[in-house]
Ligand binder design. Structure first.
Ligand SMILES: [Zn+2]
Length: 343
């Protein structure tokens, strides 16, 4: 079992407000709380309202750059724009006393995410998978790119002590690509070392060869040599080996292989139909450009997939907390629409 992802990823705006200022039903200096927004890597923005006049107050971790109106042991407090009247500043002072009353047991995580995030340089093409490979959570990763991406991928891989192999295969990629992936002509594989890459590259080389034979009019020759059944078996074995090399759970690989030709939509719909209880938002793969996982799951409750997604989210939130929080919110917000995701 992997460690649970950091708790702050689950905090709502209201949770953070409650942790810092307590009961938001209770007005401060005649100002009523009218909502808050928790911005990871920045601050908690609080909306106050009095007689329809708004006033915005923010709270950041101390040590954040820039000035502030007030300071507590752990936090800086300030406001946006001009205070509408003197009671607005009194409201901040009232918030300061509330924060002071609560900050002795403020979680360290709250301090770390209400201040500037650690420096982060996103890696090219597939930043989350890249982080997963780098952290040893995934044996190898594969994506579809353009020839023009190769230099950036190779140099970033070298910087990170990883190995990238790029194979340009436009005809093969055209044979199954749709949508965004359809614009790529190059396969990119990434792993910690060459040994981990070879299994993926070799498996896909078989598929490229079969596709080339089918497209190039060599079918007759190939069928004579192998027989149609042998060829199908060879392709199936290669796909199975590719899935294993990329670290996909065997249950999900078999689910995928048992449904040849199924559309992405059909694969998601079927996984959803097989899900017991609510779908796990960490497995939300409605948009493969924004996911923790890069495979079709056998169900939205698949345990090995969820363990992996949780580990990736933990690592992603460590190196890129702002992006991790945004992704977690997006995955939660869209998990209900999985049945209608089309591409
Ligand atoms: Zn599975």
């Amino acid at each position: 079992m992997t460690a649970p992802a950091p708790q702050w990823l689950d905090w709502t705006d209201a949770d953070v407000l409650a942790r810092l200022v307590g009961d938001s039903a209770e007005p401060v200096a005649g100002w009523r709380f009218d909502g808050a927004q928790f911005v990871v890597g920045d601050c908690l923005q609080i909306r106050l309202v009095k007689a329809d006049v708004p006033f915005r107050v923010w709270i950041r971790a101390s040590g954040s750059p820039g000035g502030s109106f007030r300071q507590t042991q752990h936090f800086l407090l300030g406001y946006q724009g001009e205070p509408p009247d003197p009671t607005a500043l009194a409201a901040i002072d009232a918030i300061v006393s509330r924060v002071e009353g609560r900050e002795t047991d403020v979680p360290a995580a709250l301090l770390s995410v209400l201040g500037p995030p650690p420096p982060f340089r996103p890696r090219p093409l597939f930043p989350i998978e890249w982080i997963a490979v780098k952290a040893g959570l995934k044996s190898a990763a594969r994506t579809i790119a353009r020839r023009s991406d190769i230099d950036a991928v190779q140099s970033a891989a070298a910087e990170d002590g990883l190995v990238a192999v790029c194979i340009t295969a436009p005809e093969y990629l055209r044979s199954f690509s749709t949508g965004k992936a359809g614009s790529g002509d190059t396969l990119v594989y990434l792993a910690a070392d060459r040994g981990h890459l070879d299994a993926a590259v070799k498996a896909e080389a078989v598929l490229i060869e079969i596709a080339a034979a089918e497209q190039g009019g060599f079918v007759a020759r190939l069928v004579r040599r192998l027989g149609a059944g042998d060829q199908a078996r060879k392709a199936l074995d290669a796909k199975r080996a590719l899935g294993a090399a990329l670290g996909y759970p065997p249950c999900c690989v078999e689910f995928f292989l048992a449904r040849p030709g199924a559309s992405n939509h059909a694969l998601r719909a079927e996984a959803l139909a097989r899900t017991v209880g609510a779908p796990d938002w960490r497995l939300n793969n409605a948009d493969f450009g924004n996911t923790l996982i890069s495979h079709f799951v056998c169900s939205y409750g698949c345990e090995p997939s969820a363990d992996y997604a949780s580990a990736v989210l933990t690592e992603w939130s460590r190196v890129a907390p702002v992006q991790a929080h945004k992704l977690a919110r997006q995955l939660k917000a869209t998990v209900g629409g999985l049945g209608s995701a089309a591409d």
